[in-house]
Ligand binder design. Structure first.
Ligand code: PFF
Length: 485
């Protein structure tokens, strides 16, 4: 139901969607999380599995989401409802849209806190506030930053305000315009940082660490983390990509665009690794440091390097921009829904959503100080938001979306939206109907702690299940063969 009389906005420029979707995908996930999980799971072999997950599961799911958005021309809730009606199916499926929209909102509620760290470190670097000569000193700086709710709250509030300011201005004047300069700026800064890293002495080691393949370091936990992270880093099942897809002109190629976003996202993640690890290795630090890698090890490493402060500023400026172009995408689904269904203007919707977001994110921020002990089953509020979204809602939403596309909706919708050759369409369909659901289920079962799947030990079983799924699926609703005919 659309109450506004205005036609739906569309990206203005040829690069509008690609830049905005890449801005959404490239974020803290690439620069903060990817390097440290690569460090934890042992480097090159993990990177390889991650690449397979991105292209075998992430890209087909992203193509599905963009198609749903463009076909339904609305927020996840409205778009999914429309395509379901078009296919004459039950409206229970529209719960998927609600879950996606809620997931984006929940991710943003804790994302602004981490983005707030980045902004505060940028400020610290600018004002010369990070001093110390040991890891312990850096841990102390980090804890002191979190200790005061006023300080931490100030930075997350700033991120919330900046996000709302941009989205409030609209799709073209707000989102498209801001990503138009932030994305090129980000790539430029990363390049400068890599060049700097190349002269720091640890570059060779960093390259070896990221690209040397050592099958022995490949663990099942690493494979599961790779697939889970593929969803997060491509912004899937959170309403962001679907809503951005709803502004995509009908003439744009969805397949090519999705592959473009995935390549750009991967390249930036690897570039971030090449910018961070040289400094870590040059200073003899541990690449598997964990979440503190860029907030503790990196500032320390910069301290002992020539022009370190300057490049520290550059690094945190880059990280802050990456976070902001992701934040704006997470709230866009909610904004689009509010404007279409509640008759609000963009600024009204932005301020309304912003106030609720501020309240929830303040609770998440308190998990680092006064609310650290407000726990339920051992997790505080911040941890719950993270766990519920990346471990449960994203896999479940992704699973719902591929089942919807592969089995429930009319095949005609995707044939028209994707407009692929018969062979490529069959590949997409195979991934969406069988490979993605199986992959997501394995991750999901692991996340729930139901069973520990080991790829090394269970691969014959997994292959047998895949074959059984194909046979059952094609007997009950033969689509693959029909596509190829
Ligand atoms: N892709 C973003 C990152 O890697 O940091 C995170 C993200 C953005 C998740 C948008 C979900 C979302 F809707």
């Amino acid at each position: 139901m659309t109450t506004s009389q205005q036609p739906r906005a569309q990206w203005l420029g040829r690069w509008g969607f690609l830049l905005a979707a890449t801005g959404s995908a490239v974020g803290l996930g690439n620069i903060w999380k990817f390097p440290y999980i690569t460090g934890e799971f042992g480097g090159g072999a993990f990177v390889l599995v991650y690449l397979v997950c991105i292209f075998a599961v992430g890209v087909p799911v992203m193509m599905t989401e963009i198609s749903l958005g463009r076909r339904g021309r609305g927020s996840p809730v409205d778009a999914i409802r429309r395509v379901i009606h078009e296919s004459g199916r039950g409206s229970l499926w529209s719960l998927l849209g609600w879950m996606g929209m809620l997931c984006g909102f929940m991710v943003l509620s804790f994302y602004v806190v981490v983005a707030g760290w980045s902004f505060s470190y940028l400020w610290k670097m600018l004002s010369g506030g990070i001093t110390g000569s040991s890891v312990d000193d850096m841990v102390a700086v980090f804890s002191a930053n979190n200790q005061s709710p006023l300080n931490l709250g100030f930075w997350s509030t700033l991120v919330t305000l900046a996000t709302m300011f941009i989205v409030g201005k609209g799709v073209q004047k707000g989102i498209e315009k801001s990503v138009g300069w932030m994305m090129p700026g980000l790539v430029l800064m990363l390049l400068l940082l890599i060049i700097y890293g190349a002269f720091s002495g640890g570059f060779g080691e960093a390259v070896h660490f990221l690209f040397a393949f050592d099958a022995g370091s490949l663990s099942s936990a690493g494979m599961l983390a790779a697939l889970g992270h593929a969803f997060f880093t491509l912004s899937l099942a959170s309403g962001a990509i679907l809503t951005y897809g709803s502004y995509l002109p009908s003439s744009a190629s969805i397949g090519r665009t999705a592959i473009g976003v995935a390549i750009a996202d991967t390249v930036v993640a690897l570039m971030a690794g090449l910018a961070i690890f040289p400094a870590i290795f040059a200073n003899g630090m541990d690449p598997g440091e964990g979440p503190g890698l860029i907030f503790m090890s990196l500032p320390l490493a910069f301290q002992s390097m020539p022009l370190g402060t300057l490049f520290g500023v550059l690094f945190f400026a880059m990280l802050s921009m990456a976070a902001l172009t992701s934040s704006i995408s997470m709230i866009e689904a909610t904004l689009s829904w509010l404007c279409d269904n509640k008759g609000l203007s963009r600024p009204q919707a932005a301020w309304g959503a912003g106030i609720v977001l501020w309240l929830v994110s303040t609770l998440a921020m308190l998990s680092f100080n006064v609310g650290a002990d407000w726990t339920l089953f051992g997790k505080n509020f911040f941890d719950w938001l993270d766990y519920l979204t990346s471990r449960l809602m994203m896999p479940l939403g992704g699973l719902g979306m591929v089942v919807l596309a592969g089995f429930v909706l009319k095949g005609e919708i995707f044939r028209k939206e994707l407009a692929l050759s018969p062979l490529m369409h069959a590949v997409w369909l195979f991934m969406v109907r069988y490979v993605s659901p199986l992959g997501i289920l394995v991750v999901f079962i692991d996340a729930l702690g139901l069973y520990q799947v080991s790829f090394a030990a269970h691969w014959p079983w997994l292959l047998a299940i895949l074959v059984a799924m194909v046979v059952a699926g094609e007997l009950s609703s033969p689509r693959l063969a029909r596509t190829l005919r």
